[in-house]
Design a protein around this ligand. Structure first.
Ligand SMILES: C[S@@+](CC[C@H](N)C(=O)[O-])C[C@H]1O[C@@H](n2cnc3c(N)ncnc32)[C@H](O)[C@@H]1O
Length: 275
């Protein structure tokens, strides 16, 4: 059983730090990061580098906390890249214990998350653990620019317009659903393609969608790479921070006055413009 803290608990912040470029950090994120007593920084292994930290570091390195002049703690936490609960659950548990001990001293903790903390993020599990172990804890989410918007921007292709429907699918959980998703949606963001890029390309080819697919890695960072011709991608693996963006462009936007079903949008367009 957990001992009850004597001082009020500090606040836990889930801070989205954006997709890669340090200047895509929001003003709110920057303020929280600069003022927090502790920065909790996730990394994939004990010696691995943290992408979230590389984004934040230029803004805070060796900077004392505003007002107090105290030095901010940088708490590196290891979250192994695994789908095995026997590996992950103890890692989350350990990470939260480390954070909890700071919160119980009344310290504020900003947990850095690449992109947005509520989009396929370790913070989601951490928050679950926190709610279970500290039901009275105040948790604040600072949304970040997510890769879901960074990738279309890097590709130079709008994500969706008018009647278009968007789907997001993580490729690592099987390619069976990818085919039906590709058929049902106008724009599909295929995340986590690194280890299954060959399978993804094969499905796109079979569906006749290679021509409207773009591969983007490390969007917005200085190492960003955009490939519009997927046949140029060689090898069985690509980098972890990569995505394939499929946009069929079948449906027209509201201003063109057409739909894939042919007619019927003119009256609706008129109404939307008049309102
Ligand atoms: C664990 S998820 C993290 C998503 C993140 N929380 C967000 O809001 O974008 C990791 C996956 O997001 C995608 N991703 C994240 N950042 C990216 C970037 N800068 N460029 C391309 N893909 C990215 C990749 O598909 C990667 O495998």
């Amino acid at each position: 059983m957990n001992a009850q803290p004597t001082t009020p608990l500090g606040t836990l912040y889930g801070v989205g730090v954006g997709p890669g470029a340090p200047d895509l950090l929001t003003l709110r994120a920057l303020k929280v990061i600069q003022e927090a007593d502790v920065l909790a920084i996730p990394r994939p292994s004990d010696f691995g580098t943290s992408v979230a930290w590389s984004i934040v570091k230029p803004h805070v390195d060796s900077q004392p906390i505003a007002d107090t002049g105290a030095k901010q703690e940088r708490l590196f936490l290891t979250f192994p890249m695994s789908k095995d609960p026997d590996i992950l659950v103890p890692a989350w548990h350990h990470a939260f214990q480390e954070i909890q001990s700071r919160l119980r001293q009344g310290l504020s903790v900003a947990f850095l998350t690449q992109g947005d903390p509520f989009v396929y993020s370790t913070f989601i599990y951490l928050q679950e653990k926190a709610r279970e172990m500290e039901p009275l804890l105040n948790i604040e989410i600072i949304p970040g620019v997510t890769s879901l918007s960074a990738v279309p921007a890097a590709a130079g292709i709008p994500l969706a317009d008018g009647q278009e429907r968007i789907a997001v699918i993580p490729a690592t959980y099987g390619l069976e659903e990818l085919r039906s998703t590709l058929r049902a949606f106008d724009a599909v963001l295929i995340m986590k393609v690194s280890s299954c890029i060959r399978g993804v390309i094969k499905v796109l080819e079979e569906e006749g969608l290679l021509g409207c697919s773009t591969y983007v890695e490390r969007a917005t960072s200085k190492d960003q790479k955009v490939v519009h011709d997927l046949t140029q991608i060689k090898g069985d693996r690509c980098v972890y921070f990569s995505m394939v963006f499929v946009h069929k462009k079948l449906r027209s936007g509201v201003l063109s006055g057409k739909t894939s079903h042919g007619k019927g949008l003119q009256a609706q367009v008129h109404q939307e413009v008049v309102q």
